[in-house]
Design a protein around this ligand. Structure first.
Ligand SMILES: [Ca+2]
Ligand SMILES: [Ca+2]
Ligand SMILES: [Ca+2]
Length: 228
């Protein structure tokens, strides 16, 4: 009886996971979502500290915005190599600020993290370049790095270390990486702040009710055994 109940609860809990990808990339510059790469050697100081030795290339998309389902998201800050003190903000509030360290930068797995609720659609996040609110790169208006004079922009990727060959790699998923280029080329490209965003599936209210009923049933069963 107890085993059956537990199995039932496990099945309900599993079915609460999202079947469809929670996030996807949409074009935010003229043209289409643009497949692109970032080189490790001599340019990007983030790939090896985060993904391990031998990581020579990061794969993803330029000129795209991240759209997602309404819900709770885990936001993790993995570090930066930038002489600017860049910031990451969500829903208008600054969550993380880089130390302003060029050279090899400062990285962790992650350094810090927090959870936010996003409304559905284009996710409300932004990079504030060198803590200057007048120089804010929003998710909604992310220039294509491949365009001349693009300025601050980020590469977005659902599979940063997987060589997709021709065609570009996944444009949707539940975990997206953001690699900021703050436009200051003295400290190289796309490691000026690294952020990972993970959608956290929220159980439907109906499912929560079922879970509650199952737990209640367990409680009754335990009580009945005790009194017997
Ligand atoms: Ca830079
Ligand atoms: Ca840099
Ligand atoms: Ca660099």
């Amino acid at each position: 009886m107890k085993t059956a109940l537990l199995a039932g609860i496990a099945a309900v809990a599993l079915s609460a996971g999202t079947a469809l990808a929670s996030m996807s990339l949409v074009d935010s510059s003229a043209g289409t979502v643009n497949a692109g790469t970032i080189p490790s050697a001599g340019v990007n100081n983030a790939l090896v500290p985060i993904f391990g030795p031998g990581t020579t290339t990061g794969y993803g998309y330029f000129g795209s915005s991240v759209q997602g389902s309404a819900g709770s998201y885990l936001i993790e800050y993995f570090g930066a190599e930038a002489s600017n003190q860049n910031q990451f903000a969500a829903n208008g509030s600054v969550l993380f600020t880089t130390p302003g360290t060029a050279g090899s930068g400062v990285f962790g797995n992650p350094i810090s993290s927090t959870t936010v609720d996003f409304a559905g659609g284009i996710l409300d996040f932004a990079f504030v370049i060198n803590s200057n609110a007048g120089n804010t790169l929003t998710n909604a208006a992310n220039p294509n790095d491949l365009a001349p004079g693009a300025g601050p922009n980020f590469l977005a990727s659902f599979a940063p270390t997987v060589d997709p060959g021709p065609g570009g790699g996944p444009t949707s998923g539940d975990v997206v990486w953001l690699f900021l280029d703050d436009g200051n080329q003295v400290d190289d490209n796309h490691d000026d702040m690294v952020i990972r965003i993970t959608y956290q599936a929220v159980p439907e209210p109906a499912t929560l009710g079922l879970l509650g009923a199952g737990l209640l049933g367990l409680g009754f069963a335990a009580r009945r055994r005790k009194s017997a």
